[in-house]
Write a protein that binds this ligand. Structure first.
Ligand code: PEP
Ligand code: MN
Length: 326
C-alpha cells in the first residue's frame, strides 16, 4: 500500500468540507420512496443542520423480492430535493453503466456489497466525483484501503471511507459496529472516515449512542438514515447531542400532525388520493406517539380511504388535545 501522506485529505462537495477537522452529518432515507417523502425529509435534514442529503435510488437487496429502489426516477426526485434545499446529495451506484444518471449527484456511494467490485471502482476512479466507499460486511481495513486505491489509481483521490459494521457471531444488532476502525484508519490513511450507525446497528434506539461514540473516537462525519419519515426530528436531536446542547424535545403533537397533513397533501398532488391514502395508512400512526386514545386512532388510520377521513382524524386529534388541555 502507498505510504500515508502527512496531511489529512479534505473532500469538498458543494461548499461542504469533510475531513481534516471538518465534521459533516449526512442524513436521509435508505431508499427514496416518493416525492413527498424525500422533500419532507430533505427539509428536516436541512433544518437539523446536517450538511448532505442522502437517499438510495439503486438498492442492492439481498432478496430479489424486496423493493429494488426507484432507480432513475429516484435520482430525479433527489435532484428535485437538492434544488429545493440547495443541499449536496449522496446516492449509491451499483453499475458503472448508470454513471450518466449521476452527473449531478455530488457524492457517489459504493455500498458494502460492492466494495470489491473492482471494475466499478476503477471506473469511478476515472471520474472527478467524490466517492463514499463503504466497508464490506466481511472485509479487513487493509482490503478497504486497497479498494480505495483501486479508485485512486485512475486519478480520483476524492474518497471518503465509511465504517458501517461488520458481520460477527453477534446477531442482536444487524452488524457489529467496529469503532476501532476509526482511529486505526486515521493512523493508516489521510482519507476522511465517516460512520454509519444506522446500517451497523439496525436499531433506532442505538443510533444516537453509537453516533456520539463515533464522534468521540474521531470520525469525520456520520451518515444516519433511520426512520426519517415520521420522525424527521431525529436529525435535530442528533445534531444537538453532538454539539453538547440540550436535546430538543420532539415538537408538540399539534405540529407533528401538521407535518403529517402536509405530507398527505403533497402525496395527493403527486400521486392522487388512492396512493396518498395507502401511504397515510403506513406513516400516519408514526406521528401519534404519545397521543391520548392512540389505539382508537390507529384502528381508523389502518382503514384510511379518503382525504376527508384524513381531515377528520387530524381534526379529532386536535380536539382531543384541546380537551386534554394541551
Ligand atoms: C445504504 O447505505 O443504504 C446501504 C445499502 O448500506 P450498506 O451498503 O452499508 O449495507
Ligand atoms: Mn440501506
Amino acid at each position: 500500500m502507498q505510504p500515508k501522506i502527512p496531511s489529512d485529505t479534505v473532500v469538498e462537495v458543494g461548499g461542504v468540507k469533510i475531513g481534516g477537522g471538518h465534521f459533516a452529518m449526512i442524513a436521509g432515507p435508505c431508499s427514496v420512496e416518493s416525492r413527498e417523502q424525500i422533500i419532507t425529509v430533505a427539509r428536516a435534514v436541512q433544518a437539523s443542520g446536517a450538511k448532505l442529503l442522502r437517499g438510495g435510488a439503486f438498492k442492492p437487496r439481498t432478496s430479489p423480492y424486496d423493493f429494488q429502489g426507484l432507480k432513475a426516477e429516484g435520482i430525479e426526485l433527489l435532484l428535485e430535493a437538492k434544488k429545493a434545499t440547495g443541499m449536496p446529495i449522496v446516492s449509491e451506484i451499483m453499475n458503472a453503466n448508470d454513471l450518466p444518471l449521476f452527473e449531478e449527484v455530488d457524492v457517489i456511494q459504493v455500498g458494502a456489497r460492492n466494495m470489491q467490485n473492482f471494475d466499478l471502482l476503477k471506473e469511478l476512479g476515472r471520474t472527478g466525483k467524490a466517492i463514499l466507499l463503504k466497508r464490506g460486511l466481511a472485509n479487513t481495513l487493509k482490503e478497504l484501503l486497497l479498494s480505495a486505491e483501486n479508485i485512486m489509481i485512475g486519478g480520483n483521490a476524492r474518497i471518503i471511507l465509511c465504517e458501517r459494521g461488520i458481520r460477527t457471531f453477534e446477531t442482536h444488532t444487524r452488524n457489529t459496529l467496529d469503532l476501532s476502525a476509526v482511529p486505526a484508519l486515521h493512523e493508516l490513511t489521510h482519507l476522511p472516515v465517516v460512520v454509519d450507525p444506522s446500517h451497523a446497528t439496525g436499531q433506532a434506539r442505538l443510533v444516537e449512542p453509537m453516533a456520539l461514540a463515533a464522534a468521540a473516537c474521531g470520525a469525520d462525519g456520520l451518515m444516519v438514515g433511520r426512520g426519517c419519515f415520521g420522525d424527521p426530528w431525529l436529525f435535530a436531536q442528533l445534531r444537538a447531542a453532538l454539539a453538547g446542547e440540550e436535546n430538543p424535545a420532539r415538537p408538540p403533537l399539534a405540529a407533528r400532525i401538521g407535518v403529517a397533513e402536509e405530507q398527505f397533501a403533497l402525496a395527493m398532488a403527486d400521486k392522487g388520493e388512492h396512493i396518498a391514502c395507502l401511504e397515510a395508512r403506513k406513516y400516519f400512526s408514526w406521528y401519534l406517539r404519545g397521543v391520548p386514545y392512540s389505539n382508537y386512532y390507529k384502528e381508523r388510520i389502518s382503514k384510511i380511504s379518503s382525504a376527508e377521513e384524513v381531515r377528520r382524524i387530524a381534526a379529532g386529534i386536535r380536539r382531543d388535545l384541546h380537551d386534554a388541555g394541551e
